[in-house]
Write a protein that binds this ligand. Structure first.
Ligand code: AMP
Length: 283
């Protein structure tokens, strides 16, 4: 595996791979890699001849009062597990390389997909995401790009962007990887102390209870939302940001549960803000 720190070097390597007829898979990450990230990386390695993983904590997707400076980083560990997984290139640009002095072009997606859920609580977040993903897509020019269902809204936004901007890239979505007790894996779980870690479990528990209620026949979105809110509120240290039940593609709120249904939650547990979701397909 080669560690790449400049755009020129990245482009040279990509060009050689492409000239050799290789299919290129790409996994964008912010590092501090865990089994959730690695499920994307492993799938990319299975499905492509040449795999690029970027590690970049993207400043433009963090709000002014968010955790950009504190975001966990462990480059040495990340590189070791990427090497073991068989990745070809690890691209690790600096913020100055991606956003040099005078940088002024942003990719902004309008409409429902970015206005709701995390887009509402984190203004500017998706502008940062669509901008950095566009830049990385232009640099890597992959055949396939891998994203996690953990960030369900990001998946909807990226799919729309790929359609709108005519990127010739297949977006591959991988299921959420969870800890054995149900907590969705996240780099931000590193922030949780022992008691916050056990409080955080209520998010996945509430979602699993919602799924059980739906499997038992409940189709009223308000009732399911109330159930999830009530369950999460039973843990006082957990402060709900949102509980939403939406169509998984349009992210429009649902009244009656039908089709591809996304139940998404975001909550603060002390300072850390965590998200989780489940997706169901219903007749
Ligand atoms: P991040 O480093 O948080 O930007 O995540 C990089 C990619 O890994 C994104 O596409 C995430 O959705 C995905 N990812 C993060 N956590 C998980 C998880 N627990 N299961 C599956 N994919 C994940």
């Amino acid at each position: 595996m080669e560690e790449i720190h400049t755009i020129d070097h990245l482009r040279r390597k990509i060009k050689t791979a492409r000239q050799a007829g290789k299919l290129i898979g790409f996994v964008p990450t912010m590092g501090y890699l865990h089994a959730g990230h690695m499920s994307l990386v492993e799938r990319a390695c299975r499905e492509n001849d040449f795999v690029v993983v970027s590690i970049f904590v993207n400043p433009t997707q963090f709000g002014p009062n968010e955790d950009y400076d504190a975001y966990p980083r462990d480059e040495k560990h990340d590189l070791a597990i990427l090497r073991k997984a068989g990745v070809d290139l690890a691209f690790m640009p600096t913020a100055d390389l991606m956003y040099p002095d005078g940088y002024s072009t942003y990719v902004v997606q309008e409409g429902q997909l970015t206005a709701t859920l995390c887009g509402r609580s984190r203004p500017g977040h998706f502008r940062g995401v669509t901008t950095i993903v566009t830049k990385l897509f232009n640099m890597v020019q992959p055949d396939r790009a891998y994203f996690g269902q953990k960030d369900a809204q990001q998946v909807a936004v990226i799919r729309q962007m790929v359609r709108d901007l005519n990127f010739d890239i297949q977006v591959v979505v991988c299921p959420i990887v969870r800890e054995p007790d149900g907590l969705a894996m996240s780099s931000r779980n590193a922030y949780l102390d022992h008691s916050q870690r056990s409080d955080a479990l209520v998010l996945s528990k509430a979602l699993f209870e919602a799924r059980a209620a739906i499997e038992a026949g409940q189709r009223d979105a308000d009732k399911v939302r109330a159930l999830v809110r009530e369950r999460i509120s039973s843990v006082p240290a957990v402060q709900i940001d949102y509980v939403e039940i939406v169509d998984a593609d349009s992210l429009k709120p649902l009244k009656r549960l039908q089709g591809r249904v996304l139940i998404a939650v975001a909550a603060k547990i002390g300072l850390p803000r965590l998200i989780d979701n489940i997706q169901l397909t219903l007749d």
